[in-house]
Design a binder for this molecule. Structure first.
Ligand code: PHE
Length: 358
């Protein structure tokens, strides 16, 4: 019996020495220390042994069992280590490889400038009001006091959309639909919305209207078919031209620096009376005269004026009681002046070499 146990141990350890993976190790475990292994068979046959033999064989069998089990444990650890070493070898990372460069996106320069303008206006108490890009002739022109034959209403200057489904095609005189040519129609939308809440006592308004405008232009270095505008509108009781001048002077200083000089020049818009344009002293030459300011020393940056009584009326505000001012400016134009960009086509040309500079 002792010989048999020695045989079992020898054979088991020998076969264990050839094993080098987890699956084979499990097979070995079942075959050599499992319930129906030869070793366990020895324990099962204990009953057949004589009283004297039992403790001797028992002790020997136990020693074999302990020896096999600890050999199994050692082997299991070795198999595990080998597997780890193998996977580390196979999945080797070269931490010295340079990483791939991730291109970080950014806002379009027009959007950046637009937001800059809105940020300043917000600090001054103007709330953003977004209005539609597709407008009716009525809102874009008629309600803003454009005379019926104003050149801006011509097919050559505005993008008309096939307007009236009921008439089939083309534009009918009063009902046509077009891409807004300026942000000013938003004035009417905002005033009507506000005055509808309380027609007897419409609330005061102080808003900024940002967004894309469209004109049917030949695309050249100086003109594009689309551009952004930011419009400002203030309506209330007792608002005067002095408020307009103060507001825009403050705006220009926040935008172009505390020392920026500006001037108001009389102008004309159908929807403001009186109207003006604002120039800032040329920040390229300091007012001496250069190519950018065409030797005038001044750069025109916005149009403005007191809201025309007819426009107030059209918005639901009684012009005998209410007054207001409005102004409109172009973020792209500001960027062009600020950065001496001499071709407006860069803005929608999508050339990253241009866009990446902002
Ligand atoms: N809408 C005018 C334009 O597009 C700008 C403007 C806005 C002028 C508000 C006066 C008041 O040129």
């Amino acid at each position: 019996m002792l010989d048999k146990l020695n045989e079992i141990k020898k054979a088991a350890l020998e076969s264990l020495s050839f094993i080098n993976d987890q699956a084979a190790l499990e097979v070995w475990r079942v075959a050599n220390v499992g319930r129906s292994s030869p070793l366990m068979q020895v324990f099962a046959e204990f009953g057949k042994l004589s009283k004297e033999q039992r403790p001797v064989i028992g002790a020997a069998a136990n020693r074999v069992k302990v020896a096999l089990e600890s050999a199994l444990e050692v082997k299991a650890q070795a198999v595990k280590n080998a597997a780890l070493a193998k996977s580390l070898e196979e999945e080797k990372l070269d931490v010295t490889l340079p990483g791939r460069i991730v291109n970080i996106g950014r806002l379009h320069p027009s959007t950046q400038q637009l937001r800059h303008v809105l940020f300043i206006l917000a600090e001054m108490g103007f709330q953003v009001y977004t209005s539609r890009e597709v407008e009716t002739d009525e809102y874009n022109f008629q309600l803003l006091n454009f005379p019926p034959h104003h050149p801006a209403r011509d097919m050559q200057d505005s993008f008309y959309i096939e307007a009236d489904p009921s008439t089939g095609s083309g534009r009918s005189e009063d009902n046509s639909i077009l891409m807004r040519t300026h942000t000013s129609p938003g004035q009417i939308h905002a005033m009507r919305e506000a005055s509808a809440t309380n027609p007897q006592n419409p609330p005061p308004i102080r808003i900024a209207l940002p967004g894309m405008c469209f004109r049917y232009e030949q695309i050249t270095a100086r003109s594009e078919i689309q551009f952004n505008q930011v419009e400002g509108l203030a309506v209330g009781e007792g608002i005067t031209f002095a408020d307009l001048k103060g507001t825009l002077t403050d705006f220009v200083r926040r935008m172009f620096g505390a020392g920026a000089r500006l001037r108001f020049r009389a102008s004309y818009f159908p929807f403001t009376e009186p109207s003006a344009e604002v120039d800032v002293e040329c920040f390229v030459c300091g007012g001496v005269g250069c190519q950018v300011c065409k030797n005038s020393g001044w750069l025109e940056i916005l149009g403005c004026g007191m809201v025309h009584p007819t426009v107030l009326q059209n918005g639901g505000y009684d012009p005998r009681r209410y007054t207001g001012f409005a102004f409109g400016m172009g973020p792209e134009r500001q960027l062009m002046l600020k950065n001496k960009i001499n071709d407006i086509r860069y803005f929608w040309g999508n050339d990253v070499r241009f866009l990446e500079q902002f």
